[in-house]
Design a protein around this ligand. Sequence first.
Ligand code: CMC
Length: 427
Amino acid sequence: MDDATLAIGEETIELPVVEDSEGGRAVDISALRSTTGLITYDKGYGSTAETESAVTYLNGEEGILRYRGYSIEDLAEKSTFLEVSYLLYYGTLPNAAQLEDYVETIRRHTLVREDMRHLFDVFPADAHPMQMLASATSAMATYYPDALDPLDPVSADISARRLIAKLPTIAAWAFKHSVSQPFIYPRNELEYTANFLNMMFSLPVEQTTPSPAVSKALDVLFILHADHSQNLSSSAVRLVGSGQANVFSSVSAGIHALSGPLHGGANQQVVEMLDAMLADGGNSDSWITRAKDKDDPFRLMGFGHRVYKNFDPRARLIKKYARDVLDEIGTDDPVLELAMELEQHALADEYFVERKLYPNVDFYSGIIYRAMGFPAEMFTVLFAIGRLPGWLAQWREMITDPNSRIQRPRQVYTGATERPYIAMDQR
Ligand code: CMC
């Protein structure tokens, strides 16, 4: 591949161009500063790769998403969330014995340490479950001091499995705390998602049996959220992990990063927006007008994506599942009809067409979660459970890379130049 030539005034320098396995090209500027004293400026990393990665391929122009080479369409139809977790973390699909061993260790680690129950007592009743999830994930590190070394592969492995196994328990307990109900312990004879649904919705006095169709749909939703290359939360996990913090701290940072409304928090906001539209008479056009108004900070939640400039393949699959799940559960949520109408109107509108703004993963997921019985505050928590295998896979890739360096962006300084200190009586 030919080098790129950069001309700075009279001076020119050659920069290597590297090609990725799908034909994408990148100019390698890692020696730029040492050879020229220059740095690059790229707000929000729109044109910058921080790392090489073999985990997930994402083509935003064509709407392609593959984990380790397998399309999400295939995985959603044929695989399970735990198998996908294995695939993401270890890089290959497990054989029967490997999968059995993996599922068995996850199954046997679902219980969280009993002392951790008290952690929830200190949170106010209206604490957001994402905040509790992040805090409890961080606190988990205090219980496993012998397995915290991120450079020890055995510790990393057991910590990753502990996280996959325990996050649903912590998530369900965060919910139970918020509704002042007793915690429900995991039941290891249940499958992963059924176990989570049981901890969420059963009571000591009344056990609910999760419907296989609902468990399966949730499993598929988790698969569709499992990784998304160098997104904000995965980058946060890699960033914190690059300083060799333990994996619980790194994942906890990822949960915090996910909580924002421009990232994972959007799924809660979509349903809140649709509810507000319904209360407003169900007229989507006036809300579209607001979203287009530059003087109004309102944005159509669940629309737009930094990378997808065609359609979000996850949204397409989720839309299909939303219909199936609502039929199965027998809920006739008017919000689904409104969402479809809003999507149609927005996609016919010049503003959205010009900017290539399509529904993203969050647009339909909240509607399914609500039909399953989850309150809106839990939607982003569900995203976190789904995204965990991706965070772990990205973290493992970073920590085992012999060329990994602590992440330390440069800046373009715009502050004051040196000035003398001003005494208090002269200010
Ligand atoms: N409603 C109205 N206008 C929008 C929207 C929207 N949802 N999204 C982008 N735009 C406009 C934006 O105002 C800008 O217009 P102009 O060029 O005239 O200034 C243009 O489209 C480009 O937007 P941007 O903000 O530069 O794009 P970005 O890549 O920085 O932001 C985004 C991507 C997802 C944060 C943004 O589209 C957004 O805020 N969407 C709503 C929140 C949302 O649904 N987030 C979930 C993302 S998917 C789940 C995940 O991966 O986390």
